[in-house]
Design a protein around this ligand. Structure first.
Ligand SMILES: O=C(CO)[C@@H](O)[C@H](O)[C@H](O)[C@H](O)COP(=O)(O)O
Ligand SMILES: [Zn+2]
Length: 184
């Protein structure tokens, strides 16, 4: 089982190398240009993808590898008071969109992470971000789901396995942080 899992990961990483370089480069350019303009990055996801959102945001505000200036990255998954009140009063599907409406400004980048591409809270957040004039980047998998029509760039990891897709998402997140390290 262990070797099978590792080989599965290895095969997917090769597919990502073969098919997603251009998309990842475009995502790096997107994030770097937003940060250069003084705007910020908001990130959201559910479950393991919530952890990815926090992981990437922390590496922007804290650091990735290099000692560079602090960068504005905010995960929308960490404020339990906001999450519980919005879910309680408006419904869970609004927990991210409501925070995007509160915190997002024209020119910011919203990154939504969903392995299915179909989590309603993430879809609503893309709609809210677009209405505000934010740039929008999706990290998804499978066939990209409904995120396909809702973001400027949807990076679709070519797999149907949630865990494998998540493993590629955090790798792509680290590449985004490396791109920031190289510029700031
Ligand atoms: O981490 C895992 C599975 O590896 C789970 O917690 C997973 O993230 C959750 O089931 C999410 O709710 C899945 O949502 P999504 O990726 O389809 O948007
Ligand atoms: Zn997981």
């Amino acid at each position: 089982m262990i070797i099978e899992e590792l080989k599965d990961h290895q095969q997917l990483i090769q597919k990502v190398i073969d098919t997603l370089e251009d998309d990842i480069a475009q995502a790096c350019e997107m994030m770097v240009s937003v940060l250069k303009s003084g705007s910020k990055v908001l990130i959201a996801g559910n479950g393991g993808s919530a952890a990815d959102a926090q992981h990437i945001a922390a590496e922007l505000s804290g650091r990735f590898v290099r000692d560079r200036r602090a960068l504005p990255g905010i995960a929308l998954t960490t404020d339990t008071s906001a999450l519980t009140s919005i879910a309680n009063d408006y419904g869970y599907d609004h927990v991210f969109s409501r925070q995007v409406e509160a915190l997002g400004r024209t020119g910011d980048l919203f990154i939504g992470i969903s392995t299915s591409g179909n989590s309603q809270g993430i879809l609503n957040a893309f709609e809210a971000a677009t209405k505000l004039g934010c740039k929008t980047l999706g990290l998804s998998g499978r066939d990209g789901g409904k995120m396909n029509g809702l973001c400027d760039l949807n990076i679709i990891v070519p797999s149907d396995v949630t865990a494998r897709i998540q493993e590629m998402h955090i790798l792509i997140g680290h590449i985004l942080c490396k791109a920031a390290d190289d510029v700031f």
